[in-house]
Ligand binder design. Structure first.
Ligand SMILES: Cc1cc2nc3c(=O)[nH]c(=O)nc-3n(C[C@H](O)[C@H](O)[C@H](O)COP(=O)(O)O)c2cc1C
Length: 202
């Protein structure tokens, strides 16, 4: 069978969403996908980044991760998007990348892909759902096949977020449950994409 291609596209300033993205990448690989882990370009001014040691350190630590390109979206069967919650919405860095997809969208090359999203916020009620639902709006416009994790695995009963993997960074770095939920979400997206590939070929 044709191998599923999964693009994990994310923004992370201080590493929380990056950790979820890495867990998702591992989950997708374990499910048999070829994976591209890609960070979207940073847009913040240098002064803002250097005023926050955690931000600066994370940027250094992830310098070797390739930047996302439109071609990664066209290539993939599965699109997993990760972003911190910013005032209850996706980060401007991820949104700017999304806003550059107009030409692909116009050519119909974003349709029929399995789409899902994950996030992190500082507080439990800080807007994770609104951020994930905001990204779902984009997937609707693209004609994506939305595959949320729901409660389709026991880990979801522990993570408690059916909209997408998430973590409250105010409690510390992503724990085992958050990482497992991200891996499950990716696995589920890859499994559904694999079934679609088989079904379309039949
Ligand atoms: C401009 C800005 C806005 C934010 N807005 C929210 C918010 O609405 N709710 C919340 O809980 N956390 C908010 N945060 C905190 C981040 O969502 C949180 O620290 C997240 O875990 C960061 O992810 P990262 O480590 O991958 O960058 C905000 C942070 C920044 C810098």
């Amino acid at each position: 069978m044709e191998q599923v291609k999964a693009a994990i596209i994310y923004y992370s300033a201080t590493g929380t969403v990056h950790a979820l993205a890495e867990a998702a990448a591992k989950g997708a690989e374990k499910a048999g996908a070829e994976v591209r882990l890609r960070r979207v370009p940073e847009l913040a001014p240098e002064a803002a980044i250097s005023s926050n040691p955690a931000w600066e350190q994370h940027r250094r630590d992830t310098a070797d991760i390739p930047e996302a390109a439109l071609e990664d979206l066209a290539w993939a069967d599965v699109l997993l998007f990760g972003t911190p919650t910013r005032f209850g919405t996706p980060s401007s860095q991820l949104k700017a990348f999304i806003d550059s997809t107009g030409p692909l969208w116009q050519e119909g090359r974003l349709a029929d892909k399995v789409c899902s999203a994950f996030t992190a916020s500082n507080t439990a009620h800080g807007g994770q759902e609104s951020t994930l639902l905001g990204l779902a709006n984009v997937f609707y416009h693209w004609g994506g096949i939305l595959v949320p994790p729901g409660y389709a695995d026991p880990v979801q009963l522990r993570s408690g977020n059916p909209y997408g993997a998430s973590h409250v960074s105010g409690d510390g770095p992503p724990d085992e449950v958050a990482l497992e939920a991200a891996a499950f979400q990716a696995r589920r997206a890859v499994d559904i994409a694999a079934a679609l590939i088989v079904g379309r070929a039949a």
